[in-house]
Design a protein around this ligand. Structure first.
Ligand SMILES: *Cc1c(COP(=O)(O)O)cnc(C)c1O
Length: 452
């Protein structure tokens, strides 16, 4: 059926006619006639657009139009947020949801969502209570902080701390730490948004204590230390450590705020990040971090430190805008309890503690299930954007699919479950670091159709 654009458009069948075809009966039985009619209308609209634009040279036959409507119905029935197997070799992948939660955290979330709770209600007195009352003692116990607070994410924690404490004064930051954390969230902008003035000191590669000292004036309120979590300066560098900055801050009656980012609670073999406890013990008045990086909990931001620094934050009106949701709060409390009672049950810590032998055995099992591919050594990472230096030896199954690695990667991404691997040297790699043993049969089934 070839013809001019308008001709073609006129010959496009009506919804009613398509509904009367034999192919429509089974679809109407499965999805309902009204839903099918709506899907056909959307399909015809799209087809019209494509005909007008010249993307289509002829009218699809009724069976093809019904098949498109069926695909439309299937796509709409499916959740947009999908389980994804992380074969990237990056354990904390921000785009893949960072840390997987422990079963204990998921149970707590389900319970908090299913029923009413004492979220902001003191059951002893019957009066209004604090939303974070249950987690503050846990955070104090785990970090040695005098006071603690949790908010929506790490970015909110810094924004709130600066807004509440800078008092329209100056915040001194090293030029080596004026970083973009991700998604356009840049430290200079956060300082501005917090109503403070940024005073840059030092140079990109070197900032000394004397640089900070020289910049302190009557308007200075805060020394801000931003941990280099998503990049490193190497070579000819000098950095001023927290204890030196803490002494300077005390001397001038300023606050030292340290944004640590990753939220490591316990010294962990193979993880070189500073712990929250150590940063506080070294003299930071406040430390901030994310809840869903090395802490291994839900998306959250923690603010820990001196009570005199936390009090203005608790009273700041912005707190309400960045407060935690009850589901997240439940998951965070359960995760903190695990850190206290059984840290080896925190999934991200388990993932990072896996030995090379365990990863090699997993890769061998996948190879055996699939009956194809080559197990190769790889370097895997604790974090993607964050923690660039936290690398560890891992294993991947390397495949050479006939259609090429890009096409195979696309087919894996759009499968059920979705699988995200990586491409290196023209091969498709499935890294075992963030794959669970239980995922292997499903992963093998997803890979099978890619092979000859
Ligand atoms: C990740 C990170 C943040 C932002 O935390 P989010 O929880 O992602 O908002 C802030 N600062 C540093 C140093 C980080 O690594």
């Amino acid at each position: 059926m070839r013809g001019s654009g308008d001709d073609l458009l006129r010959r496009l069948p009506q919804v009613q006619r398509l509904l009367e075809t034999p192919e429509a009966d089974a679809l109407a039985a499965a999805w309902g006639r009204p839903a099918l009619a709506d899907a056909l209308r959307r399909t015809l609209d799209t087809t019209r657009t494509h005909l007008r634009a010249g993307f289509l040279a002829e009218i699809p036959d009724p069976a093809a139009l019904l098949a498109r409507a069926a695909a439309d119905l299937r796509a709409r029935a499916e959740p947009g947020l999908r389980r994804t197997l992380n074969a990237t070799g990056i354990a904390l992948h921000t785009n893949l949801g960072r840390a997987p939660l422990a079963p204990e955290a998921l149970d707590a979330t389900a319970e908090a969502g299913r029923a009413y709770s004492n979220l902001e209600f003191d059951l002893e007195t019957g009066a209004r209570g604090s939303r974070t009352a249950a987690i503050e003692p846990l955070l104090r116990e785990l970090t040695g902080a005098e006071a603690a607070l949790a908010v929506n994410n790490g970015a909110a924690a810094i924004l709130l701390a600066l807004a509440a404490l800078a008092n329209n004064g100056e915040v001194i930051v090293s030029r080596g730490e004026l970083v973009e954390i991700g998604g356009g969230f840049r430290i200079p902008d956060v300082i501005r948004q917090g109503g403070a003035r940024l005073v840059e000191v030092g140079s990109t590669n070197k900032t000394r204590l004397s640089d900070y000292r020289a910049a302190i004036g009557p308007e200075t309120r805060i020394l801000l230390k931003v941990h280099q979590s998503n990049f490193r300066t190497i070579g000819f560098t000098a950095d001023t450590p927290i204890p030196d900055l803490a002494a300077l801050a005390r001397e001038h009656n300023l606050l030292l705020v340290a944004d640590l980012g990753s939220g490591l609670l316990h010294e962990t073999p193979g993880v070189a990040e500073p712990t929250l406890t150590k940063a506080l013990a070294s003299g930071a008045d406040l430390v901030t971090c994310s809840g869903d990086k090395l802490l291994g909990g839900p998306q959250a931001g923690l603010i820990l430190g001196a009570a005199r620094a936390l009090d203005p934050i608790r009273r700041h009106p912005l707190l309400r805008a960045v407060r935690l949701d009850k589901l997240v709060l439940a998951a965070l409390e359960a995760t903190l309890r695990l850190h206290r009672d059984a840290p080896d049950r925190v999934p991200i810590l388990r993932i990072l503690a896996q030995t090379e032998a365990v990863l090699a055995a997993r890769a061998d099992r996948l190879r055996a299930l699939l009956g194809a591919g080559e197990v190769i050594p790889t370097i895997a990472f604790a974090g993607g954007g964050s923690l660039p230096e936290e690398r560890r030896p891992s294993r991947a199954l390397a495949l050479d699919p006939p259609g090429g690695p890009d096409d195979a990667a696309r087919r894996l991404r759009t499968g059920r479950p979705a699988v995200v691997g990586r491409i290196a040297d023209g091969r498709l790699l499935l890294d075992m670091l963030a794959i669970a043993d239980d995922d292997l049969p499903e992963l093998a089934s997803a890979l099978q159709p890619l092979l000859p």
